[in-house]
Design a protein around this ligand. Structure first.
Ligand code: ADP
Ligand code: MG
Length: 307
């Protein structure tokens, strides 16, 4: 049995005008660390809200540990831990009080499930009397995770837990998720950060209410080979324009302080591109072959969907 089974899930808002989920299907195994990766508005939060029984789907169905999100909503709330996008902490309560509150709501005590949160909680315990509103982003994130874990959920759903958090805290957070996975908890994390894909067992790339691709990072990269080159010249702005005018260019886009150029099949000779750009008068021109990363695949899939 899958820990999470989702079948043809559809959800729209504003009387059908906004299609937030366009028939999503997906299975997540027990103990999997699964990533939902997609930009703002791709439908991540909507999917989490349906899975946590906060809103109803228009059609389709979903189960968590065999429990139906519509029929068994009361049971589901006991087995799911949810960390919403903007952390649902009580700003005026201290760290300690927030944690006790969430434990009490679920009819348990902090002591009973301390083993689950211990290695996260010890990092914020020195500040346990401090109000949640006065904590740094990284500390809030750790407290919110403790609160989501305190009733010993079987499935943990985390909506953009690392958005707006500094890189060191982000790394620490993913290390913590790895340890929760080892304890057998199924973890689903949404994120707009592509580089976090490498921390997940499998990922789903979401765009505009649809899953464009779903697999392990390694398999996704293998499935979408590209003739990809990193290109630089003195005039980067004009370079992008000229790259796009090269016959046989599949796509060209700015990528950090370089441009990435994808050459189509049959026109994958970088020497021709070099000559073309030199004729256009580019100085300090450099072209080197590179291996595609997940961002490159995402852009390719997005362009394929748009055309
Ligand atoms: P994400 O979490 O990936 O940013 P959301 O699920 O929040 O995506 O949003 C998906 C789409 O649904 C977006 O177009 C968003 O504007 C719209 N949407 C989300 N919530 C509502 C709502 N309560 N009312 C109307 N539209 C909404
Ligand atoms: Mg969201």
């Amino acid at each position: 049995m899958s820990a999470i089974h989702i079948e043809n899930l559809v959800k729209s808002y504003e009387k059908g005008k906004v299609k937030a989920l366009k028939s999503i299907s997906l299975d997540i195994e027990e103990g999997e660390l699964f990533g939902l990766i997609g930009p703002d508005g791709s439908g991540k939060t909507t999917l989490f809200r349906i899975l946590t029984t906060l809103i109803l789907p228009d059609s389709g169905n979903a189960t968590l540990m065999g429990l139906d999100v519509v029929e068994d909503f009361w049971e589901i709330r006991k087995i799911v831990g949810y960390m919403p996008g903007r952390f649902s902490l009580y700003q005026d309560l201290s760290i300690e009080e927030n944690l006790n509150f969430f434990a009490t709501v679920f009819n348990t005590t902090v002591a009973e499930n301390y083993h689950l949160i211990e290695d996260i909680y010890v990092q914020i315990e020195p500040f346990k009397k401090r109000r949640a509103g006065k904590l740094s982003g990284g500390m809030k994130q750790k407290l919110a995770l403790c609160c989501a874990l305190i009733h010993e959920p079987k499935v943990l759903l985390l909506d953009e837990p690392t958005t707006g958090v500094d890189p060191v805290s982000r790394k620490e957070f993913w290390d913590m998720l790895g340890r929760l996975k080892e304890k057998g908890i199924t973890v689903v994390v949404s994120t707009p950060y592509m580089d976090e894909a490498s921390r997940c067992d499998r990922i789903a790339l979401m765009q505009d209410g649809q899953i464009m691709e779903m697999d392990s990072l390694k398999n996704i990269l293998q499935k979408h080979p590209q003739h990809l080159y990193a290109v630089r010249s003195k005039d980067m702005h004009r370079l992008l324009f000229d790259l796009r005018n090269f016959e046989g260019m599949k796509s060209a886009f700015a990528f950090g302080d370089e441009h990435h150029a994808v050459l189509g099949k049959g026109s994958d000779d970088p020497n021709q591109l070099f000559d073309f750009l030199q004729l256009k008068g580019h100085e300090q021109l450099a072209i080197r072959p590179i291996s595609p990363e997940i961002e490159d695949v995402f852009i390719q899939l997005m362009q394929a969907q748009e055309s």
